[in-house]
Ligand binder design. Structure first.
Ligand SMILES: C[S@@+](CC[C@H](N)C(=O)[O-])C[C@H]1O[C@@H](n2cnc3c(N)ncnc32)[C@H](O)[C@@H]1O
Length: 271
């Protein structure tokens, strides 16, 4: 659409892919192309009629709450409703973490959950994993723990919006909340790829033997093959005997650095 409006050089540096969350488009525009931002916005609006706001990403996902910095290119409102797998998520990407790109991964996990399971979602955000699991499985209970107060507010609203009754929302730091949770889980999710390693100790004694931990990590493509051994060693260091049974790429973080989902079977504690 911009072929006749931008020069060849400009077309070369134009980012072709962007994320859509509800009616918000999140795009990256290199500084050199900022003088053409109206043309770029027009092209997006013509192709995607539902878009009401266009945000330019000006800083990477950062900080403890994992929120990127954005500037408005078009429109005003930054709250939107994302839809996936028959679920709806109210979210403001300028205040909380949310990625529509993880939708396939959420479905994959939900399809693994067996009837009657008790599931813990650490780093639960606005609740997408917990709510998709609730909708697509016959889990008995799903507990979600999240630190960002605004994300917790959205999580509570999303539980109501989706009319799910087996999801328990807890506001707090996993380091304080998880040790106090009673009983064991059949499955624990750790969707915090930048820091999950620091929280593996919390999992010890909280998973039934034979249960599963879904561990997420960022790793360079060049070291991909070493991930299973590395993850098993991290668990071992934390007194947990564990075996990696599956691994997949689920997104990229930087050139040649990917997000990996690592499914770990929990085999028991060691002294
Ligand atoms: C990468 S986001 C994932 C959110 C959600 N699972 C999703 O996929 O949309 C990580 C989340 O962990 C939260 N978080 C960071 N440190 C935490 C902690 N110590 N305890 C609980 N939540 C934490 C952040 O606020 C953020 O919402």
């Amino acid at each position: 659409m911009l072929k006749d409006k931008l020069s060849e050089e400009e077309l070369k540096i134009l980012r072709r892919s962007f994320e859509i969350i509800g009616d918000i488009a999140i795009i990256e525009i290199p500084d050199e192309l900022m003088s053409k931002k109206e043309l770029i916005a027009d092209a997006i609006l013509k192709k995607h009629k539902q878009i009401k706001t266009i945000l330019r990403k000006v800083g990477e996902v950062d900080g403890i709450f994992r929120v990127a910095r954005y500037e408005k290119i078009y429109g005003e409102k930054t709250e939107t409703m994302a839809k996936e797998h028959g679920c709806r998520f109210l979210v403001d990407p300028t205040k909380v973490y949310f990625s529509s790109k993880l939708s396939t991964e959420r479905e994959r996990i939900a399809r693994l959950v067996k009837e009657g399971e008790r599931v813990l979602v650490m780093f639960a955000g606005v609740g997408p994993y917990a709510i998709v699991i609730s909708k697509l499985s016959k889990a008995k209970e799903i507990v979600g723990v999240e630190l960002n107060r605004i994300a917790v507010e959205y999580f509570r609203k999303n539980v109501q919006l989706n009319k799910v009754e087996n999801v328990v929302v807890i506001e707090g730091d996993v380091a304080e909340v998880v040790p106090k949770l009673e009983g064991k889980f059949d499955r624990i999710l750790m969707p915090a790829p930048y820091s999950a390693e620091n929280f593996v100790y919390l999992v010890r004694g909280k998973v039934n033997n034979g249960g599963f931990v879904h561990y997420y990590t960022f790793e360079s493509e060049n070291y991909e093959e070493e991930i299973p051994k590395k993850v098993e060693e991290i668990f071992l260091k934390n007194g947990i005997l564990a075996k990696v049974i599956f691994m997949r790429r689920c997104g990229s973080f930087a050139p040649y650095v990917n997000r990996y989902a690592v499914d770990v079977q929990y085999l028991g504690e060691i002294k």
